[in-house]
Ligand binder design. Structure first.
Ligand code: S3P
Length: 171
């Protein structure tokens, strides 16, 4: 069975939805940030701080390539994977790519209590979120399917994704 790949901005609900989806469908849950952290033996904040974003993106690209070789997974992809067209090509080869969306206020609310995202550890996270979203919008738009998570409950989002995948015939 093909992979289901969730992309989308930070705080759009990828991790929550991917875990429920994987459990419900009996697929393996894979998180690209976890793969990067275990490979580098340090957390994302420290990788950004010590090695820089360019290095992080290089490792991210490698783990995406490897994860794309396996099947029957729900891949919870880091918010920036869409920026590299090769990542999208690799993910698409073995998976259906679904982008989760949320409005900037919702993203701000959902992310403000966490400190593990270096790009949002800034004085004015709302401004940063708006700028990054504006820049990345065309990249996220390249996904095969789109689901807005701003105002909906987890159950209905998961059901919608299952319907998308069923319609597409995910084998
Ligand atoms: C990033 C998103 C993060 C993580 C890193 C960079 C981004 O993942 O990969 O902090 O560039 O949007 P989540 O989207 O899972 O928070």
């Amino acid at each position: 069975m093909k992979n289901i790949v969730l992309v989308g901005f930070m705080g759009t609900g990828k991790t929550t939805i991917a875990k429920v989806l994987a459990r419900g469908l009996g697929k393996k849950y894979v998180n690209t940030d976890d793969l990067i952290e275990s490979r580098e033996k340090k957390n994302i904040n420290d990788i950004f701080k010590d090695d820089g974003e360019t290095y992080f993106r290089k490792v991210e690209k490698e783990v995406i390539k490897e994860a794309s070789r396996q099947a029957d997974q729900v891949i919870d992809a880091g918010g920036g994977v869409v920026l590299d067209p090769e990542n999208m090509e690799n993910l698409r080869m073995t998976g259906t790519v679904i982008c989760l969306w949320a409005d900037p206020d919702t993203i701000c609310e959902r992310t403000k209590k966490y400190k593990h995202r270096p790009l949002l550890n800034v004085e004015d996270p709302k401004k940063r979120i708006t700028e990054l979203l504006d820049h990345r919008r065309p990249f996220y738009e390249k996904a095969d399917f789109h689901v807005d998570t701003s105002t909906r409950d987890i159950g209905s989002i998961v059901e919608e994704i299952k319907r998308i995948v069923d319609r597409k015939g995910n084998s």
